[in-house]
Design a binder for this molecule. Sequence first.
Ligand code: HEM
Length: 332
Amino acid sequence: MPSFSSHKLVVLTILLPVALIYSSNAQLTSSFYSNTCPNVSSIVRSVIQQALQSDPRIGASLTRLHFHDCFVNGCDGSVLLDQGGNITLSEKNAVPNNNSARGFDVVDRIKASVESSCPGVVSCADILALAAEASVSLAGGPSWSVLLGRRDGLIANQSGANNSIPSPFDSLANITAKFAAVGLNTNDVVALSGAHTFGRAQCRFFSSRLFNFSGTGRPDPTLNATYLATLQQNCPQNGSGTNLNNLDPSSPNTFDNNYFANLVTNRGLLQSDQELFSTNGSSTISIVNSFAGNQNAFFVAFAQSMINMGNISPLTGTQGEIRSDCKKVNGS
Ligand code: HEM
């Protein structure tokens, strides 16, 4: 019969390495593809660079896809799955994405290009994380070392997308709660909202501010009068609501801190943008002021918050799969 202490030794020699393997799998690393696909970052970047030639908005659209992926079942590529087969209710068809999320064709082009160099190795979830970083830095924003090693999920969660992705009509308290639900704090809310320094929004997401705000018969009082007039012109009351507007009118395609300067002068486009500065007594006000006055402080915070967002519940190790087509679960 082995003694008690030799039992302990056996348990340690067997379980410790197993525990170490599992804990290391739970961590994303910047070097994940350094042996299996060393050029993945530059492949992603060059496809985006090419796409930007004909669509200056595409970097913004790709950045938003990573956000909408990570807030629903973690960063697992679930936003990319088409409806059909076992995917009965796609995230693409959820309210925040339907007729709004875009860039899926470019994700497919990136995936094809990555597959031709490194077949079967790089997940679609990691492609979204890499595409967001490349898009931000190509637009003049910060660069950061993207953590990698996510695997792709096997399911989509449409009701999750409807409930977990913040709406532009949510109060700041609700938006903060939705961020807190995925482990992100108020600093992350303000820094990540700074992604609205590029890209577009359709009139329907803010037209309630323009004519009869909250049943007052007047526009939102936190809208600069000149800016209001421009928006009223581009978003007529009986229009379809699909006209596009720059989220940052002062530098629409550049990633800079003008978004925060706009908030300070009542030029936030979405109600959820302006609330960061115009909610009385909110702790977000001083953060907006600091980013408005210091672009570097915004860039450092944004990069850190993108890493935080990219760490939301990844699938790692043997969980999930490496999809060969980002639109479909393998074998379906
Ligand atoms: C804080 C809560 C947020 C709300 C309520 C919100 C809401 C919206 C809405 C309504 C649009 C316009 C969509 C359309 O017109 O089709 C939009 C666009 C965009 N959002 Fe957000 N968003 C939020 C946070 C974020 C975050 C965290 C990111 C990324 C880190 C982000 C990145 C973008 C980008 C880049 C666009 C422009 C996309 C394009 O031009 O295709 N947003 N957002």
